[in-house]
Design a protein around this ligand. Sequence first.
Ligand code: HEM
Length: 435
Amino acid sequence: MTDTAPGTMPGTAPDTAPGPALGTAPESAAAFDPPELFAEPFPWPRTAFDPPELYAWLRERRPVTKVTTRNGQEAWLVTRYDDVRAVLGDRRISSDIRRPGYPKFGVFPPREEDRPFIWMDPPEHAVFRRLLVKNFLARRVEAYRDRLQALVDGAIDRMTAGERPADLVRALALPVPSTVLAWVLGVREEDQGFFNTATEHLMNRADFTDPHALERAMKAGMELRAYLDQLITEREAAPDPGDDILGQLVAAAREGTIGRNDVVNSGMLMIIAGHETTASMIATGTLVLLRNPGHVAELRADPGLLPGAIEELLRYLTVVHLVVLRVATEDIEIGGQLIRAGEGVIPLNFSANRDDAHYPDADRFDIHRPAKDHFAFGHGIHQCVGQSLARLELRVVWETLLRRIPTLGLAIPAEDVPVKLFSQISGVSVLPVTW
Ligand code: HEM
């Protein structure tokens, strides 16, 4: 979920040796006769709401299996709920992108000085979590509620005063999380348009159907870095760097706890991780709700159902799906399969969240199901630091939307809503609604 290093190119050569048949696979190699799609490089195309059907097939027959990625690397796909939990909780599994086996489709190794903490292991990773976590404690996040309510009301006022149909992405889904991010991080609200576009280009870098995606992503990464660098220089010149996250990071650099590059890298990570994720949940979640009028009627009648519905939407959509990547640092066994030190591991949180063994009839969207133990925010030490803020944003947006626009509906058939199929954060690019 972060930028690309200026001047580096994506790797094309495999960086792990082709693996022998390792360990005790749940099914013998001879009986492994997968659907044709398996021969295609990973990642495989998904649909608007659902993961590739092949995930279910693999969960059943080959839950830990080796695949070739689009840049020619090999990596282990982990598809079952329990195995994904085991991978994400295992200290012998690393997030360090500099390790050669780390799966790098769509990303290219950043320069050492450009590596943010999502790509670090303990103990260096812990320095950043300790610095940031206080900003996302329940009390601190709850203090944004009134301001957030006013923001959402204002966005809905403007939308309903304008023309019908309206695009819910531009009217609500993008501006709300990017304004909140500007408050929390301490970047200028008026620069939202810039960082919204830059993030979208960065997240689309793995879209191999667009020949310009990579070039655009690299340019966006450089612009975002230059933008943050300038903001940080201004803070450094001030006697008090400020109380927001950027100010806290500048203060930590002053004390020598982190380096100046770490300030820029953490700022980049927060911008990229912090708004398009939530924007995507708002837009795609609204689409799912509008396709389920029975659920919407229940939520209107009893708003107390909303927190559970939000967990179910997070589970069902798992919008951050191709970001959670790892590499083994020792030989380990996952789901009966031996994974050797140095081999790449892709713990598929989207597949785990659709595992029938954990969530009965997992492909069904059901707001009454207990879903809170999903992996939409990851799991383990890298679990999303901003999740309490994201939950509050989703809650205020949907509470207000359902209450204030009882006739809200889609302006085009659900099947015609354009979906981002290859972005590292899935979602819809426009959502035409009417009322
Ligand atoms: C619905 C919205 C969101 C979703 C689905 C989401 C999802 C995720 C996931 C899956 C990870 C784990 C990555 C990994 O294990 O490698 C993650 C990490 C992270 N997220 Fe979120 N996120 C959301 C909102 C936010 C917000 C609002 C912020 C900040 C304002 C944020 C900041 C971060 C950061 C900084 C990390 C890295 C944590 C670390 O490495 O320790 N996210 N997010």
